[in-house]
Design a protein around this ligand. Structure first.
Ligand code: MRU
Length: 357
């Protein structure tokens, strides 16, 4: 677990305190989020990121929205607030599921004051549930690794740790659990272009925990699998379709193909909130397209008072075009197992394992 000063989401009753992940690791700054509008900006601009963290933040955002109102409420007003938050980031399904639940929980409420109370408790409950789920998932994943082996070399992508969740993490949660079982873990963190969640956030979390970690660029995994014995690839996810196709941070699909070629087991770590059984295959998962400038320059790395961390951060010719899909789909055939709080299972078992959960 990160030290309390690094907890990414802290509810302060009158506002939401968010660790600004754009400024990490250089600066540890907290944003004071006081309205639903500010919440949406924080999610869209990735001050807070990671599917579970986005969902929790979204419900605190609704709470802040309700706080600004008083007296009678009608269902259109509720729907319009929910719609605003829903539109902030499209790929991770956690936010959309949480918003559907938030809507259900206030059915029949007639006053904004009670809506606010319901949403506030829901967001706090989500934090507890997510932490518990991550801890269980972590242990389930750690148990997949051979008991008689003392050291594991693991590649991971993006950031799936305490910064992306309510704590512990999903893929990084398995790594933490292995370490807690007394195993030595060596982590290779894909830097995760363009937003650098791997080099900025995963390396930061691993160093905080004293877990040996090497940053590799996203293209190095083939070299690494040829030159060192890699025991597993562990990644998180933003949405899993019913057939097991999985959306995760851009670059995950390439990593899965390389792992397949080298017979390295590729595991997707996810809580039940990531499985979208409404979608048959990954082709139906919406992929967020982000600004070209995130690829062509490093100008997204700003402190909240607007100062650039890299004032001369352009890494491409002026006017160069770029593509910036934020996620890709890893085909189910490349996934050895899903590691969840409900247990570990192969893609074909998804409908049975997730039914009625
Ligand atoms: O764009 P991000 O940083 O929100 O993307 C995050 C990921 O892709 C994570 O792997 C995923 O959300 C799981 S976090 C437990």
């Amino acid at each position: 677990m990160p030290q309390p000063e690094f907890l990414p989401i802290q509810w302060k009753s009158t506002y939401l305190s968010l660790l600004d992940q754009r400024a990490l690791p250089g600066k540890k700054e907290f944003l004071e989020i006081k309205s639903v509008e500010e919440t949406i900006i924080a999610i869209r601009d990735m001050a807070v990121r990671g599917a579970p963290a986005i969902a929790i933040t979204g419900i605190f955002g609704l709470t802040l929205g309700a706080k600004k109102k008083s007296g009678k409420v009608n269902s259109q007003e509720i729907e319009s607030l929910i719609k605003q938050v829903f539109e902030s980031r499209p790929t991770a399904v956690n936010l959309s599921f949480a918003l559907q639940e938030a809507k259900k929980r206030v059915e029949g409420e007639t006053l904004w004051e009670s809506v606010q109370t319901v949403w506030e408790s829901f967001a706090l409950e989500m934090m507890v549930d997510d932490l518990n789920a991550n801890q269980t998932l972590g242990k389930n994943g750690a148990n997949l690794f051979p008991k008689n082996q003392e050291e594991f070399h693991i590649i991971t992508h993006c950031n799936t740790g305490a910064l992306a969740t309510a704590g512990h993490g999903t893929a990084l949660g398995v790594i933490r659990s292995l370490r807690d079982m007394g195993k030595k873990v060596v982590v290779y963190a894909d830097e995760t272009r363009p937003f650098l969640q791997g080099s900025r956030l995963t390396a930061f979390e691993m160093m905080e925990e004293g877990i040996e970690c090497y940053i590799i660029t996203d293209g190095m995994s083939g070299w690494l699998m040829n030159h060192r014995k890699i025991d597993a690839v562990l990644v998180g996810c933003d949405r899993v379709a019913a057939n097991g196709d999985t959306a995760n941070k851009i670059g995950t699909y390439n990593l899965a193909i390389v792992a397949h070629e080298h017979n390295v087991p590729f595991y997707v770590c996810a809580t039940k909130d990531s499985f979208d059984l409404n979608l048959k295959t990954g082709e139906e998962i919406p992929i967020e397209m982000r600004k070209e400038s995130e690829v062509t320059q490093f100008d997204f790395l700003k402190t909240h008072d607007g100062k650039y961390l890299f004032p001369e951060g352009k890494t491409s010719p002026v006017g160069a075009r770029a593509l910036n899909p934020s996620f890709d789909i890893t085909k189910a055939k490349f996934i050895k197992n899903f590691i969840t709080e409900l247990g570990c299972f192969v893609p074909g078992e998804i409908p049975i394992r997730l039914k009625n959960v």
